[in-house]
Ligand binder design. Sequence first.
Ligand SMILES: Nc1ncnc2c1ncn2[C@@H]1O[C@H](COP(=O)(O)OP(=O)(O)OP(=O)(O)O)[C@@H](O)[C@H]1O
Length: 271
Amino acid sequence: MEKPIKEPKILDSVIDTSLKKTHKIAVNGAKVWYGDFEAIKGIDMTIKANTVTAFIGPSGCGKSTFLRLFNRMNDYVDSFRMEGKIKIDGNNIYKKKVNVEELRKEVGMVFQKPNPFPKSIFENVAYGLKIQGIKDKKFINDRVEKALRQADLWDEVKNDLKKSGLALSGGQQQRLCIARTLAVEPSIILMDEPTSALDPISTAKIEQLIFELKKKYTIVIVTHNMQQASRISDYTAFFYMGELIEYDKTKIIFTNPSIKQTENYITGRFG
Ligand SMILES: Nc1ncnc2c1ncn2[C@@H]1O[C@H](COP(=O)(O)OP(=O)(O)OP(=O)(O)O)[C@@H](O)[C@H]1O
């Protein structure tokens, strides 16, 4: 018997079934302002499920602002205003009825600097489950182990789960933050320069991890590292001054871009 399709938890009431099957994320006419400053100037984009998409471009071009539209992190900024539609699984996430907490469970985020809580390794990973009100100890233990295994950290910490998350190395802390994100089982993971504070070995581990994670998750990553974008992503989007200049398969962007500005940027002629 065929398994029933599991509806996403967010926004069942506004599902647009025509979009749902085609794209994980669909952006239509996105514009962002901080006060009077227009940071994103009308961008359309679709992102497929189970892919890694890299956002590249010079500092200040709007990569992080655009990324943060996908889990409504910009909402924290008082001067932020946006126009356009961002749909996830066909649901417009800026509709009034959206439960932003639920959205952020579905769309997890990993930041530039590892930011574990001043709590034990176990509590860091269990945090998201506990704030959801989950009390079943076995369930929580199993989820914590699963998330730490997925983040490739389990073997290094399994005998030290009570140790402070802050006592880990920078690379381990970042994998802990990835485990914390995975524990609530999102379907999208946003990463904003997740390796820029890490040494090359830790960076290689996270890159390997991203490659593994895309089997189950849709990953969008902001990076300043061109080699990283070309190593780990399936698609690359080049931004410049709030506009999406070129968006294509990573191979094409890095070997045969259509637009001169993209070529200049990836060959280091500006930025
Ligand atoms: N909270 C904010 N308030 C006002 N302006 C902001 C805010 N956040 C970003 N900006 C402005 O919006 C523009 C885009 O910033 P954003 O951080 O998205 O760029 P970016 O491409 O991610 O840059 P970087 O690579 O340096 O992180 C910049 O001009 C920035 O100064």
